[in-house]
Design a protein around this ligand. Structure first.
Ligand SMILES: CC(C)=CCC/C(C)=C/CC/C(C)=C/CC/C(C)=C/COC[C@H](O)COP(=O)(O)O
Ligand SMILES: O=P(O)(O)OP(=O)(O)O
Ligand SMILES: [Mg+2]
Length: 250
């Protein structure tokens, strides 16, 4: 089940290198806007393409994945808010279990229902302990998941949740303040989690400039995800990429 995409994330982490994931929400792009975005993203050196949304209302996912694949050799990874967001054209799947919440459907229920389809998809499956962190206001993910986010200033809760996830076998931990969060995950929380878990740590939600991306890397994020801010202003991609790639940890 573990494959090339996960190995590349682990290898980057072992070198102390940081990865920039661009989140593309299939509802928010047209073929023309995606074409332009891909030009900027490839020039900037985006490392990973995440595709998905908490709620996807168009049937644009397959086309979106195919269009991204046609423009890059970098991994295209599904980041699904529900099992309806599967595309066999992607390379890998963040197989999210919402371990910060107590909603059984998002911990295991939806996985049981969709297991045969996920297995048949041929996607590389990356079990991901998904933690929603309070981002200062309700976000689409906090509303849709119907589960209390971890309070912004409770790094210990995030740490214990991440450790439990890792010991249960999760291969990635994702700390997410939610799309467009007013405040991103704090450096204290990222430091607490990345200091003790061994698997790669992904951080996203409300990262809207180079400074915030840099801070997340310095605190220990292995992968930094940016979606909303680049949707609003694609021209910031290069400076965010530079900020992320400029951090290497010995
Ligand atoms: C195949 C399967 C079993 C799917 C179920 C997946 C599951 C349990 C999902 C958990 C709940 C959920 C609604 C997840 C949403 C995922 C998502 C796309 C969130 C948006 O993330 C924002 C990202 O971190 C970037 O933020 P920003 O830069 O501010 O846009
Ligand atoms: O789907 P999400 O969670 O990325 O949120 P939104 O599309 O509302 O920004
Ligand atoms: Mg969305």
């Amino acid at each position: 089940m573990q494959g090339l995409v996960y190995e590349s994330l682990q290898e980057k982490k072992n070198r102390g290198a940081k990865a920039f994931a661009l989140l593309i929400d299939p509802d928010k792009v047209t073929p023309a806007s995606l074409d332009e975005l891909m030009g900027l993203a490839e020039a900037a050196g985006v490392d990973l393409y995440f595709v998905g949304g908490s709620l996807v209302v168009t049937d644009n996912l397959d086309n979106c994945v195919l269009q991204i694949k046609a423009r890059t050799r970098k991994p295209v990874i599904l980041f699904p808010g529900s099992p309806s967001q599967l595309s066999r054209h992607a390379d890998a799947l963040l197989y999210l279990s919402l371990i910060s919440g107590r909603n059984p459907e998002l911990l295991i229920g939806q996985h049981v229902i969709s297991a045969p389809f996920v297995k048949k998809s041929g996607l590389e499956i990356m079990p991901t302990g998904y933690c929603v962190i309070d981002g200062g206001a309700p976000t689409t993910v906090s509303y849709i998941s119907n589960a209390a986010p971890i309070p912004h200033d409770k790094a210990d809760i995030a740490l214990c949740t991440a450790l439990a996830g890792e010991m249960l076998g999760m291969k990635l931990i994702y700390l997410d303040a939610g799309s467009g969060a007013r405040r991103p995950v704090s450096s204290d929380m990222i430091r607490a989690v990345s200091g003790q878990v061994e698997v790669p740590v992904i951080v996203g939600g409300g990262i809207r400039d180079a400074e915030a991306a840099h801070a997340a890397c310095r605190a220990g994020a292995d992968v930094v995800v940016v979606g909303n801010a680049i949707e609003k202003d694609p021209s910031i991609i290069q400076e965010i990429a530079n900020a992320i790639h400029g951090v290497t940890v010995a």
